[in-house]
Design a binder for this molecule. Structure first.
Ligand SMILES: [Zn+2]
Length: 438
């Protein structure tokens, strides 16, 4: 196959020849042999690697499934998605890993399966599986089902170091949460007041709780001698804490583009962990994405039904969808000149692939998997929940501009195609990137 006349993120116009699912040649005026896709000078990017999704299976298929989550990923230009362990059962043993791996057979895109740590995890059987990473490890967040203390965290790091497995950390110290802030919110009751009152979630899960937990996690990682990746940083201070100690970190589109000022509109739909922060902190995060202190973007795609989210603040589940809108939002931001297309390519594809050791993912170069996304940067449109493919029929980005893929290719096969009338999806031939033989 030949993808002809494509503009790469660095502005070069090239043809890309694909053989057996891999990029064979990137060059100019390449001879046609077989199928040709004309890119018409549009922007061709490597498929995004989303290191942080919750596809909710096993356990919560009413929220999302591997089929719907991976279709949403494909329609958003994501060709590799990494699933977190807080499913039911949680992925804390070999048996639970196998159960999830079977369900992941329905995935359109390639994937990774993370293993989790809980007081009753079974590391021997878990590390016997092709774990993508150990994580997200919920350090010091005793409010969640999978929260662990510092000693167990250190022991888990030791195991991961021995096994040579990357570690990702959700770091929030619940001892630094402001309990009283929540009481005030529930007293607010229904209506607009509730929207504004939802801000209490950010008052409750304080910035200090994240900053302190990230600093402690990095210190422990240094002491053990095994680097960690810090999940969904929501404060510039946490980013700096990780960067200063040579650890990597990610930011989500919701912490990058939304702040506490959006609670008035979002209400409990804006409840997430860690929570939204001030507009100042949001801007400081954006600066760190541009200047490189933040390594990558990951969505923390965490779908819940509209009905589940329509509840008092203390009862509504935390989390927002994002796998289908991350790349479109970043491309719209680049279109406005606030970010370069090269930087979008780095934070969505090449850097996550590098950080997690995916040798053949994340670049448009010879020998790499032909994971490709074609977009027309001038074809931005408003994000509408009704147009998205997740089971979650709402989005916190309703009405914002997005530049969506014309098509998405996973290892040389179109998994999403919006050219012409309607949309077409490919086969569920996604594979586990850690299990895939060379
Ligand atoms: Zn998390």
């Amino acid at each position: 196959m030949l993808v002809r006349d494509a503009t790469l993120a660095d502005g070069r116009v090239r043809d890309v020849r694909i053989r057996s699912g891999r990029i064979a040649t990137v060059g100019q005026h390449l001879q046609e042999d077989g199928e040709t896709i004309d890119a018409d000078g549009n922007l061709l990017l490597p498929g995004a690697v989303d290191a942080h999704v919750h596809f909710r299976q096993p356990g919560f298929p009413h929220k999302e499934t591997w089929a719907s989550g991976s279709a949403s990923a494909a329609a958003g230009g994501v060709t590799t998605a990494v699933d977190q362990p807080n499913t039911d059962p949680p992925t804390v043993s070999g048996a639970a890993f196998d159960q999830k791996s079977d369900l992941a057979g329905a995935s359109l895109v390639d994937f990774g399966i993370n293993g989790g740590v809980t007081p009753d995890w079974d590391p021997d059987s878990l590390f016997d599986r092709p774990l993508f990473a150990l994580g997200e490890v919920f350090l010091a967040d005793s409010t969640g089902e999978m929260g662990i203390d510092a000693d167990r965290f250190e022991a888990a790091l030791e195991r991961a170091r021995t096994a040579g497995v990357p570690v990702t950390v959700h770091a929030e110290d619940a001892d630094l949460f402001d309990e009283a802030a929540l009481d005030r919110a529930d007293e607010a009751g229904e209506g607009a007041a509730a929207g504004v009152a939802a801000d209490a979630w950010s008052a409750y899960r304080t910035a200090d709780a994240e900053i302190a937990a990230v600093e402690r996690a990095c210190e422990t990682a240094e002491a053990v001698g095994h680097p960690i990746h810090v999940a969904h940083t929501s404060t510039p201070e946490a980013v700096d804490a990780a960067a200063d100690r040579g650890m990597t970190c990610e930011v989500t589109p919701h912490h990058l583009l939304l702040s506490r000022e959006d609670y008035a509109e979002l209400g409990t739909f804006g409840r997430m962990n860690p929570p939204l922060r001030s507009e100042d902190r949001r801007e400081a995060l954006f600066e760190r994405l541009v200047d490189g202190r933040i390594d990558l973007v990951a969505t923390d795609h965490a779908p819940h039904t509209r009905a589940e989210k329509t509840a008092p603040l203390s009862e509504a589940p935390s989390g927002v969808p994002g796998v289908e809108t991350a790349l479109p939002l970043l491309l719209a931001t680049a279109r406005e000149g606030r970010l370069s297309y090269e930087r979008v390519r780095e934070v969505t594809a090449s850097t996550p692939a590098e950080v997690f050791g995916l040798g053949r993912k994340g670049r448009i170069a010879e020998g790499y998997d032909a994971d490709l996304v074609l977009v027309d940067p001038d074809a931005a449109r408003p994000i509408r929940a009704g147009d998205l493919h997740t089971k979650c029929d709402w989005t916190p980005f309703e009405g914002r501009e997005g530049v969506f893929p014309r098509w998405t290719m996973r290892r040389g096969e179109l998994v999403y195609d919006a050219r012409g009338d309607g949309e077409r999806f490919g086969d569920d031939d996604g594979r586990d990137v850690r299990a895939a033989s060379e």
